[in-house]
Design a protein around this ligand. Structure first.
Ligand SMILES: *Cc1c(COP(=O)(O)O)cnc(C)c1O
Length: 366
């Protein structure tokens, strides 16, 4: 049986009439940049996450960029982050001429290891940017304690963890700001690009709104150098439709993850495990094994899609060569990059497809 690694068409089909109506309304209104559909999505998303404000952006990368920009740091100031993430987390730091300082990850969760943060702090450290990778929350209590002790600002990258909970509370609500992505493949995806910045602070929301729109509080008066990072009206409308389905989609992702746990329990794979404090939203289901490449080839031959998240950690990327990190700097991240394999997980994956994935993996190890 052919199993795609990811397929958005089933989801689009299931809500096609709602999407058509919402998008047609934008066409009729002629509302294309921000506008009422974006405003109502912003209100609904803020309520869903539990923050006072949510601002629609044209991507997760731009939301994170504005979040870091609003710290008003000096070139060369340092932000502690994870080397094991999609590179856009580091873009936000690099765009502001700041220095990403990486800390190795916890092998249990693949997230920033709080026990290793303090050793990386210098007098230039100003913030910490953890990523709730694969939909699994970071261990926030020790991270918050370090932020308080050293007076560091917390910005969360929640691009993969819409609605994930840490000790019962939504991630994205712990920091001064958080950035979300609505790239189509994320748990909540636009019909195109999208992102959001969330915060509880009125003044931060006001300034982020200005930076999103050419640095202006009043049209054609530009108080600071800004960006064109507005969310499109059509994306706001589509996201408004999809947000109503997100809780059911997340429940289905969790169900699929639990079934994988059962199907793969007898294999030598290292399986993702929810920490005691965590409720994961399983953006990805990532298994690990030293024979990852052979397993990947085996699955590909059988028509089963799989992917690598991520094959090369940020500190070894060519674009960050001038940071001076060498191979071996972050052994856990580097081992994960060699051993990780993402299996198909999306709400519309059928049980038959999932059994086929489990069967093919068990066959590989038999
Ligand atoms: C997707 C992603 C981003 C960037 O979001 P875009 O909307 O694609 O710009 C940032 N951080 C992480 C961890 C991501 O997965």
């Amino acid at each position: 049986m052919n199993v795609p690694y990811f397929d958005l068409n089933g989801q689009t089909k299931s809500i096609r009439a709602e999407l058509d109506r919402a998008i047609a309304e934008q066409l009729d209104r002629g509302s294309f940049c921000l506008g009422p559909a974006v405003e109502s999505f912003e209100k609904e998303f803020a309520a869903y996450i539990g923050t006072k404000h949510a601002l629609g952006f044209n991507s997760g990368t731009s939301a994170l960029h504005v979040a870091v920009r609003m710290l008003d740091l000096k070139p060369g100031d340092e932000i502690i982050s994870t080397p094991y993430t999609f590179v856009a987390t580091s873009w936000a730091i690099a765009y502001c001429n700041l220095k990403p300082v990486y800390v190795d990850i916890d092998p249990a969760t693949m997230n920033l290891d709080p026990a290793k943060i303090e050793a990386a702090i210098t007098p230039r450290t100003k913030a910490i940017m953890p990523v709730h990778l694969y939909g699994h929350p970071c261990d926030m209590d020790p991270i918050l304690a370090i932020c308080a002790k050293y007076n560091l600002t917390l910005i969360e990258d929640v691009a993969q963890a819409h609605g994930a909970k840490y000790r019962g509370k939504n991630v994205g609500t712990f920091g001064r700001m958080a950035g979300y992505s609505f790239y189509p493949g994320k748990n909540l995806g636009a019909c195109g690009e999208g992102g959001a910045l969330v915060t509880n602070e009125d003044s931060t929301a006001r300034r982020a709104r200005a930076l999103r729109e050419h640095g202006s509080y009043e049209r054609y008066y530009h108080d600071e150098i800004g960006y064109n990072y507005r969310m499109e009206g059509i994306q706001g409308a589509a996201l408004g439709v999809k947000l109503r389905h997100l809780p059911a989609w997340t429940a289905r992702r969790r169900e699929i993850a639990h079934r994988y746990h059962e199907l793969l329990a007898s294999t030598p794979l290292t399986l993702p495990k929810e920490a005691s404090y965590a409720e994961s939203v399983y953006h990805l289901y990532v298994v690990r094994h030293p024979r990852r490449d052979a397993l990947r080839e085996h699955l590909t031959k059988r028509g089963i899609g799989c992917a690598l998240h991520y094959p090369l950690p940020c500190h070894l990327q060519k674009c960050f060569a001038d940071l001076g990190y060498k191979a071996g700097a972050f052994p856990v991240a580097e081992k994960s990059a060699r051993e990780c394999l993402s299996l198909p997980i999306f709400p519309e994956l059928t049980s038959d497809q999932q059994e086929a994935v489990g069967g093919a993996i068990r066959e590989f190890f038999a």
